[in-house]
Write a protein that binds this ligand. Structure first.
Ligand code: ATR
Length: 278
């Protein structure tokens, strides 16, 4: 019987994960089958258990179940434990449900490997303080940034994140929370939009001074046309404004590696996906 994989979410019809994993499987000559399954919130835990008891070898978890998946996972990777959210599940040899969060590493891999951005010693401005941002903080700190400013519409939420991650950040990193109007006025090396404002065609009210000619601006969201944040960043004269399509493929590659112990070549898959969106 062929190994079964799935992404569980609600809604999930728009998910690109089946396409991405089918590309990886073909490329790596792996015999596996991957589908998107819409799950009712009441039956999430039971469906995860049933899937991983049967032919199901691994699951990706998307909105709105990442926190629930975190609760379900009996064993968590350190980064998933800290993130409070899980996007990848599998069962270990003892039958325990294991969870990882590959979102942050997906972002780091896209920034450093695909875009050639060095995060060592970089000043990073992170916009937003929701679930998406929570998953990328630890990997950004581990990547060696010297300064991480978390700005959010509701500054208290950013403050809570700073408190949560302060211990792991260590003394070498400046970790600071604020509202958008209090963002320290200077040009940042990297600005990452982790808010869901783009979903509403909106943009946080950002000071102009934060973008310099050397700034890389990155939107964790992606779309067929330029996202509002990327459009804004380009108009401010950013060196580059990039959306999160690469992050999507890279987080999938990390999940694939967890399950199959093979590292797919992501570049052709990103190119194919970009073409299919156009
Ligand atoms: P996700 O899991 O996508 O991160 P979330 O946990 O609901 O979703 O978080 C959404 C983030 O986008 C939050 O940082 C939210 O700001 P608040 O914490 O102040 O609510 C931010 N956000 C959503 N819509 C926004 C908008 N129109 N302008 C600015 N920030 C917005």
């Amino acid at each position: 019987m062929i190994d079964q994989y799935a992404v569980f979410g609600n809604p999930v019809a728009h998910s690109q994960s089946p396409f991405i994993h089918a590309c990886f499987a073909r490329q790596q000559q792996q015999s596996m089958h991957y589908v998107a399954t819409q799950i009712d919130p009441e039956s999430f835990a039971q469906q995860v258990d049933a899937f991983l008891q049967g032919q199901g070898k691994g699951l990706n978890i998307t909105v709105p179940f990442k926190e629930l998946a975190w609760q379900l996972a009996e064993v968590k990777t350190p980064r998933a434990a800290l993130a409070g959210a899980v996007n990848t599940l599998w069962r270990d040899e003892q039958g325990r449900i294991c969870g990882d969060n590959t979102d942050g590493l997906g972002l780091i891999n896209d920034l450093t490997q695909n875009l050639g951005c060095s995060l060592k010693g970089a000043s990073v401005l992170l916009l937003g303080a929701g679930g998406a941002v929570r998953g990328v903080i630890q990997p950004l700190l581990e990547a060696g940034c010297s300064e991480l400013i978390i700005a959010n519409r509701t500054p208290e939420k950013a403050q809570q994140l700073v408190q949560h991650f302060a211990e792991t950040a260590g003394a070498a990193v400046t970790l600071h929370a604020c509202g958008y109007s209090e963002i320290p006025a200077k040009a940042y090396d990297v600005i990452i939009n982790g808010t869901s404002a783009s979903l509403q065609g909106d943009l946080p009210p950002l000071p102009e001074a934060i973008v310099g000619a050397h700034s890389l601006c990155y939107d964790m969201m992606y779309s067929a046309t330029q996202t509002p944040f990327c459009h804004w960043a380009s108009r401010q004269g950013a060196a580059r404004a990039v959306d999160g399509l690469g992050m999507l493929v890279e987080q999938a590659a990390e999940a694939f590696f967890r399950w199959r112990e093979r590292r797919p070549d992501t570049a052709p898959v990103i190119a194919m996906l970009r073409q299919s969106l156009a």
